[in-house]
Design a protein around this ligand. Structure first.
Ligand code: FE2
Length: 244
């Protein structure tokens, strides 16, 4: 059984229908790229792009092909084209290190500038990129919008909090076979997006650091597949390899 077959077996949604997350009186379309389209605001939400991650490793002597930034930005451009979003909000850790804004290659910089030219852009700071920068758009720690708080770090006790940071993944076990993929996860108060970056690790949402953030009685999980997103019954989730 492939991960896709396992996910199909776990989902109750129609393959033709996008998975819509209903959270805090809002509806969000979960995209297989890992982005969330907030149609009512014509806004694309992404978390944890970690741009320039592999190039920063290369500069420290680890010889990894530094193509992650280009791959991530191409997917982002495709999402903007497909949705027609006029605003993008990046929920922190957009750059793997603060200096990543200065190391972008020419092609990547031009692609980013092209997107930012046509899109209202908000950079929320993360633990990897706490400093404001001069790439354009608005740099801020948090955004309040339509009763929601958009930020980097998830936390309990705040209604309508939309965050990143966790890099959540769902691990399923079906008929003795298992599959693990990035996921969207929310309860009634907290919604966390998967990491969007092409070179990011994941954390099993059953791991204590993640699991204790949520009210599991109200948990909804949507797993990112290759071509679509799958709603996952929480009862199918398993612990085990935690991640990163
Ligand atoms: Fe991150």
């Amino acid at each position: 059984m492939t991960w896709g077959q396992a996910a199909v077996a776990a989902t109750e949604t129609d393959a033709a229908e996008p998975v819509v997350l209903h959270f805090a009186d809002h509806a969000f379309e979960a995209l297989p790229s890992g982005a969330l389209f907030w149609r009512a605001e014509n806004c694309l939400l992404v978390a944890d792009l970690h741009l320039e991650k592999l190039s920063s490793f290369a500069r420290r002597g680890q010889l990894l092909p530094p193509y992650d930034t280009g791959l991530t930005l191409k997917r982002l451009e495709a999402d903007l084209n497909a949705t027609g979003a006029t605003e993008l909000i990046a929920l922190g850790d957009s750059f793997h290190r603060d200096e990543g804004t200065a190391t972008l290659g020419e092609t990547d910089r031009l692609r980013l500038e092209r997107m930012m030219h046509r899109t209202r852009w908000i950079w929320i700071s993360g633990n990897h990129d706490p400093a404001p920068h001069t790439l354009g758009g608005l740099c801020t720690a948090e955004v309040k919008r339509a009763g929601l708080t958009l930020t980097h770090h998830p936390r309990r006790g705040v209604a309508g909090l939309v965050a990143g940071h966790l890099h959540p993944a769902a691990h399923l076990s079906i008929n003795g076979r298992s599959v693990r993929r990035p996921c969207f996860v929310h309860d009634h108060n907290l919604l966390v997006l998967p990491a969007y970056g092409s070179a990011t690790g994941t954390l099993n949402i059953m791991a204590p650091d993640a699991a204790t953030l949520f009210d599991w009685a109200g948990l909804s999980v949507a797993m990112v597949g290759k071509d679509r997103v799958y709603a996952v019954p929480p009862k199918r989730l398993v612990a085990g390899y935690e991640g990163w």
